[in-house]
Ligand binder design. Sequence first.
Ligand code: IMP
Ligand code: MG
Length: 431
Amino acid sequence: MLDSDVRCLVVVGSQWGDEGKGKLVDVLAKDADWIARYQGGANAGHTVRVGEQQYILHQIPSGILYPGKHCVLGNGMVLDPVTFFDELDELKGRGYEVEDRILISTRAQLVLAYHKLLDRAEEQSRGDAAIGTTGRGIGAAYEDKVARAGIRVADLSNRERLRELLEAGAARAQAKLRALGSDETVDVEALYDELSSLAERLLPMACDVGLALSRALDRGEKVLLEGAQGSMLDVDHGTYPFVTSSPTVAGAATTGVGLGPTVIDAVLGVVKAYTTRVGNGPLPTELPPAEADHLRELGAEYGATTGRPRRTGWFDTPVVRYAARINGLTALAVSKLDVLDTLPEIKLAVNYRLGGDTLEEFPADLSRLTELEPVYETMPGWRTSSAEARRLEDLPATARAYLDRISELTGLPIRFVSVGRRRAQIIEVGG
Ligand code: IMP
Ligand code: MG
């Protein structure tokens, strides 16, 4: 599945997240030695199916379900140590040997209880302008990171310093909570006790992960850098302010693990055969309610982290063209093609129009984004199951035509097509 000349591959979501990166990374992990997450935290929900079992991974890389693979949580992540161990223990309970395969960056930031309180209080204070965050404290933790008030994994090894940092962090959080009108209180002692006990388990996994990955690459081992969320949720390039708080694009993959950009050999952009978004903000190809509900049911489009119904729409070429450019995509993986199997016709946006003009590029200005109208092309559906297809030739001609059109409009080769949840339900193009 991994090209023999690719040592370091970035797998990146090229829409608004939930593109099916988890499944792709799981499949590709077979040929890799290391799988590393480089940003985000427990806001991510990566769904992976192995046999009859389904796993939803939030912080642990999707490669963990292949025995023997090393998994890395990079410095670009914000790590929630409490839910991290819930996730780890669940995997252990389901028979996976995990502890000695996970490395956590000593430079990763910690998400603490007060970050979650702040996330919720901030969302509430936004009223109608709420972002629709996952409530996992992600934004508040990144705010502390950039304000140089964060607490890192490395700080767990010095209890005296940890206490000082916690006191300062809690005081900051408490003041912000008050200002936001929240009456929640931050209990420093409880936090300190909790972290002290978690530190015993966490520190043996903590190290300089950039060094570990760099040595692995030198030995000729293969590394997958697994993105979370999607390009349109990137804090710089996404539909700001309706974005997550981290850089999600491929350019962040190496800074997020402590490597340099020249190690990247290829960037695989994962896209759904249609579009979804969970949370608020612009979604140009969003369907009207009844059709949106229909597509949501067909695709079982409910948030893997929050259970919220996802908004649904047609494939949006301008979004993916934009993603191709800002990520330097070398190929696409199209997921959930099978979800469209029963539709009589399928639309895809080829461009946008705004006030009589054609927009060539994805706009930064939110007011333009909410006003633009997608220009659609309509293609016939195939109305047969694609779930058993294992080669491109197994797909109906109309489904192949749809994929060809996506490839033509985005200017990218399609390397993989996923036609179901299972590992085997994947078409490797030219493989
Ligand atoms: P936050 O990352 O929890 O701050 O949420 C900010 C925005 O990103 C909201 O619209 C969330 O729904 C969205 N978001 C965060 N993580 C994911 C994800 O893994 N998949 C899809 N959307 C996400
Ligand atoms: Mg998800």
